[in-house]
Design a protein around this ligand. Sequence first.
Ligand SMILES: CC(C)(COP(=O)(O)OP(=O)(O)OC[C@H]1O[C@@H](n2cnc3c(N)ncnc32)[C@H](O)[C@@H]1O)[C@@H](O)C(=O)NCCC(=O)NCCS
Ligand SMILES: Nc1ncnc2c1ncn2[C@@H]1O[C@H](COP(=O)(O)OP(=O)(O)OP(=O)(O)O)[C@@H](O)[C@H]1O
Length: 205
Amino acid sequence: MAYIVALTGGIASGKSTVADLFAARQIEIIDADLIAREVVEPGQPALATMRDYFGRHILLDNGQLDRKQLREIIFSDPKHKQWLNNLLHPLIQQRTQQKITQCSGQWCLWVVPLLVENQLQHLAQRVIVVDSEEEKQIERVYKRDSISRSQALAIIHSQATRQQRLAIADDIIDNNLSKSALAEKVSQLILTYNQLASEYKGRNL
Ligand SMILES: CC(C)(COP(=O)(O)OP(=O)(O)OC[C@H]1O[C@@H](n2cnc3c(N)ncnc32)[C@H](O)[C@@H]1O)[C@@H](O)C(=O)NCCC(=O)NCCS
Ligand SMILES: Nc1ncnc2c1ncn2[C@@H]1O[C@H](COP(=O)(O)OP(=O)(O)OP(=O)(O)O)[C@@H](O)[C@H]1O
């Protein structure tokens, strides 16, 4: 089994930006947000279950999930969020495990927003936390998705705190850095993980 490096952080902390820098260096990526999209594609049983629970209005005319609407529903009602998490998280976890066993490199990067919330850290050998100040997250999520300040805060407050994440971090990426400084940090981390993964392989032969 490959050495697994988990990459986590709050909403709009910069996980995808950092993951893209690893991917550009040919590191294999397993992305929980992408898997979360796969399990609700049209034709997937989970999408039909969600339509039955929330109603047909949760779908767009083309049958795809109306993500904006679902986001508004679940982050304004914890009961609905819990229902959705109970449905999707086991499915996401199952697919993630499959992909982890298929990782062909010496190590791979598992991008997992809810690592701390779902207490999944035991599934990785190393944890990177992308750390960002709350105001930066709000600003970036607004620029990227036009999410209002109050909705951004609702999402942030439904997630683990910065302190909870930092408490389990092996490596911290401060995402107040410029993108070029981030690339430099990623290059250093790759050298570290190449070494750690090769030692791990040696111990597990
Ligand atoms: C609510 C949905 C439709 C919003 O879709 P949207 O395209 O706007 O956002 P996207 O999927 O890219 O998620 C963006 C970020 O929102 C946060 N987030 C999403 N779901 C959750 C959740 N259940 N609890 C806390 N934060 C969440 C994460 O930081 C995530 O990285 C979507 O996030 C979703 O289906 N969520 C439930 C599945 C899930 O838990 N996914 C996140 C972890 S795999
Ligand atoms: N260091 C940075 N400098 C400037 N802009 C950045 C930086 N890091 C991220 N951004 C921008 O902030 C936004 C959020 O970043 P990104 O999508 O990487 O976060 P994320 O943690 O993957 O988000 P989500 O939790 O929503 O999936 C993006 O528009 C990205 O281009």
